[in-house]
Design a protein around this ligand. Structure first.
Ligand SMILES: [Fe+2]
Length: 323
């Protein structure tokens, strides 16, 4: 089964039977081959891949995720695509909702295992947190985020690219007391401590900055206010909604006017399926959507014709952030 046939099988088989183990083995074998070849490939520091909403369920039954068992393979297809890139991107960023639903330790362990081929190939992976994540469990599996964050207790990362700083903020508004498998606040929040750090960072920096988080900017007034007084913020990129879109965001319509470009990323789970590829230069960042499908809420045996229409409409989608 070649890759094209495998993709076709992803779209034509339904539900739990969606990922035939033989196909999964095929993808894994290809990933192993690509990782082995990686040290001989050029790595581009100005190239990054943006993924979001991977929603990995680590609770397994007969070797497959209990919920949405095709999600790991959907992620592996993106990883295979990334490892096939020439040159390789130096960075991959994941914009939150790493875990399936309630941020279990086992979800993060499985996600770490799935993402490992990227690290093995020398690609730096940076994870953000979404409303389906939980900090305690996340930090347990990925303690480096608790250690390296500039804002204690939050998972904040600065990815310094040659021409721009990409700042992954932590917009998870986690209720202080949560029962296991209890949903937390769905909407996002950037707390005062993060804003204070960001204010200081941006005022000290002479470089452009792309701000990133899981949630849309409109949900986070403190962040919007900070952007209104930070001329070096050149764009805002987020996940959460599972649709690709590029929208200008008017922060202030009166003089001095302030508008920034916002970009909503596809998911590897329901909605727009795919990833975005970001090329940066001294002049700006070009973010291209690589569309690989659409389904809602899961792939179907006979997908409605609107799904393919959506994929066709999303070809050659890109957006430019100006520095
Ligand atoms: Fe999500």
């Amino acid at each position: 089964m070649d890759r094209k046939e495998f993709l076709a099988s992803m779209l034509t088989l339904g539900g739990a039977a969606l990922v035939p183990s033989v196909a999964k083995a095929d993808v894994l074998k290809n990933i192993e081959r690509l990782v082995a070849a990686a040290p001989r490939k050029k790595m581009d520091e100005r190239l990054a891949v943006l993924l979001s909403d991977i929603h990995i369920c680590g609770e397994l039954k007969e070797g497959k995720s209990l919920h949405y068992p095709y999600n790991p393979t959907s992620l592996q297809l993106r990883i295979e695509e990334i490892l096939s890139m020439r040159p390789l991107p130096a960075n991959v960023l994941v914009f939150g909702d790493v875990a399936w639903d309630y941020g279990l330790v086992t979800d993060y362990r499985y996600a770490a295992e799935l993402l490992r081929p990227l690290e093995d190939a020398g690609i730096k992976v940076t994870l953000g947190l979404g409303n389906h994540d939980r900090r305690t469990a996340f930090f347990k599996v990925f303690p480096q985020y608790a250690q390296n964050t500039p804002v204690e207790g939050r998972a904040v990362s600065v990815v310094a690219l040659p021409d721009v700083d990409v700042i992954m903020l932590d917009s998870l508004a986690e209720k202080p007391v949560l029962q296991p498998r209890q949903a937390t606040t769905v909407s996002g929040e950037i707390d005062k401590e993060q804003i204070a750090w960001l204010k200081e960072f941006l005022s000290q920096s002479k470089r452009p900055a792309i701000l990133c988080a899981h949630h849309p900017l409109k949900e986070m007034p403190l962040l919007e206010k900070q952007i209104s007084i930070s001329p070096n913020v050149v764009g805002y990129v987020y996940g959460h909604v599972h649709y690709w879109s590029k929208m200008p965001y008017i922060i202030r319509s009166r003089e001095p006017q302030r508008m920034i470009q916002t970009v909503s990323l596809p998911a590897t789970f329901y909605g727009d399926i795919g990833m975005a590829v970001m090329h940066t230069s001294a002049k700006g960042a070009r973010i291209e959507y690589s569309s690989k499908g659409f389904w809602w809420p899961q792939p179907a045996d006979n997908p409605p014709k609107e799904w393919q229409r959506r994929v066709d409409d999303m070809q050659n989608e890109e957006v430019n952030l100006l520095f």
